[in-house]
Design a protein around this ligand. Structure first.
Ligand SMILES: [Zn+2]
Length: 272
């Protein structure tokens, strides 16, 4: 029977059963040393496989549950490391490191969520307040930027819709007025989009949310990419055109998600 054992994050072996006994006597292989041999589904603590070598074993964590995939547990040379969570042996390249903890691909999603700690989701009313703050900021900036267009519009109205409006002049002025309004609308939309994308990708929150200690994250707690910020901006339209029901559902969701959060897989959380 050939055994392998783990020491200092390295796999050592194969060694014969008798050699392993010697290592146990020498204290090199201890109760909590991870061991493996052909046929075992996963690496396990030595004490769990071959019995305790110590009459008074120290309080050790319970053995990791056997992994479901037996094949991937087989050590076959290369740079093999051990997952801090499940204890399975995996190639070093497949481990994700968090400080001095390294976890395998299977344990990574659960671990990263747990490492981030419990999250507190921003509820409907505080988000509503944040939206109002953002709307005021955008309205002020947008009004200033569109001031030339507004003045041009007033000029058009003044010339075409005077005190004694001439119907033909009014008709002639309408296309110019409509295109000014359209252009103004597009500028406002572009500005709002740029505002969302810039602040969500660089700060993780719009100024309104920052002021209230909120930020937008992905479901796994990660930051928002530009593509996701753009998608979320347009998804907010859907929340609006559903008579704002898309916004209101955040009040009833376990994770306070609005419709656009559901669509984009985002969450709004408190930064503290
Ligand atoms: Zn693992």
């Amino acid at each position: 029977m050939k055994w392998y054992y783990a020491e200092g994050g390295k796999q050592i072996g194969p060694v014969e059963e008798s050699a392993l006994d010697d290592l146990v006597r020498q204290g090199i292989v201890r109760d909590d040393t991870l061991v493996w041999r052909e046929g075992m589904a996963a690496w396990q603590r030595h004490a769990a496989v071959r019995g305790s070598s110590n009459p008074n074993p120290p309080a050790a964590p319970p053995p990791a549950p056997a992994a479901s995939i037996a094949a991937s547990a087989a050590p076959s040379g290369g740079d093999v490391r051990y997952c801090s969570e499940c204890g399975r042996a995996v190639p070093a390249s497949q481990l994700t490191s968090y400080g001095d903890v390294s976890v395998c691909a299977q344990c990574q999603p659960a671990y990263s969520q747990r490492a981030a700690g419990p999250r507190h989701f921003g509820g409907f009313w505080i988000r509503f307040l944040a939206v109002i703050i953002d709307a005021i900021i955008i309205a002020v900036v947008s009004t200033i930027i569109r001031l030339p267009l507004t003045l041009m519009g007033i000029g058009v109205v003044g010339s075409g819709f005077g005190r004694n409006p001439d119907p033909s002049q009014v008709l002639a002025a309408l296309p110019a007025l409509m295109s000014l309004i359209g252009l103004s609308f597009l500028i406002n939309m572009g500005l709002t989009l740029a505002y969302d994308v810039y602040f969500l990708t660089t700060k993780g929150a719009t100024p309104g949310k920052m002021a209230l200690g909120l930020k937008v994250t992905r479901a796994d707690g990660g930051p928002i990419s530009a593509g996701l910020a753009i998608g979320r901006y347009f998804a907010k339209f859907l929340s609006s055109i559903t008579l704002c029901i898309g916004f209101i559902i955040a009040a009833f969701d376990r994770e306070k998600r609005s419709l656009h959060d559901h669509i984009c897989g985002t969450r709004v959380v408190y930064t503290r």
